[in-house]
Design a protein around this ligand. Sequence first.
Ligand code: BT5
Length: 268
Amino acid sequence: MPETRFTDVRRFASIDSTNRYLLDEARAGAPEGVVAVADHQTAGRGRLGRTWEAPAGANLLLSVLLRPDLAPGQRHLATTAVALAAVDAVETVEAIGGAAGAAGLRVGIKWPNDLVAPDGRKLAGVLAEADLASAAPGTPAPVVVGIGINVNWPAADEDLPPALRGAAASLRQLAGTEVDREALLTALLAALGPRVAALATGEGRSGLADDLRAGCTTLGTTVRVDLPDGSFSGTALAVTDDGHLVVDADGTLRTVVAGDVVHVRPGA
Ligand code: BT5
């Protein structure tokens, strides 16, 4: 399977949501690989109707259109591929800037969809939205994966709305200096090629799951899992080959396919 190149990059000074834009493009037949990047979103969205905050011109807000040939149970790996590409990109760019030293900056992945700083504050969120109805018969359904990365906002905790203080952070805060958004975008588009290509083969998918395990800050922690029909707590034990989280809830192993996870206590 040839690697998709993310070269059709459509830029917007302001748009409601780059995910919404690409879902509409997908319905109109746009191919895999189209990218939408915005300086500002007026209705940036998170999961479950939540909003994504970012002032104009400070952060990276983008979505990519994928048409991955995945079984329904494997779809979380599309989120994983984009999250891992972002982790790759952050490392590269910090190494170029030298801001965090030669080793670059290693950010973690909090299951299911956050990039987090070493202290757990959220640096980025990923939102995957599939449109199962719009695919031609026998062809993979489009999946739009959006990511918002806090690049230069907030510069300090006080910049954040009260609800996000202590919970969100930016690359700028970690690096101690402004970070070049364009360089990060270039690195991210380059990293997406191999990460998305990996979705197409069994070996590639197990590599994605391995890298998710290696970077997942949720493993080993006590978590509370919030599902539409209630919550339960336990210890996050493992990530399956499909990218799902296995939680030991009082001796019963429960596999979480989608849901909100709160880190209650760090692992021993
Ligand atoms: C996410 O949802 O984290 C997915 C965010 C995806 C945003 C991108 S931007 C480009 C593309 N186009 C879109 O319209 N969306 C995508 P969730 O796990 O539901 O987290 C949302 C929650 O994160 C909010 O309710 C806030 O509590 C918090 N939050 C909002 N903005 C934040 C920020 N800039 N940094 C850290 N946390 C934030």
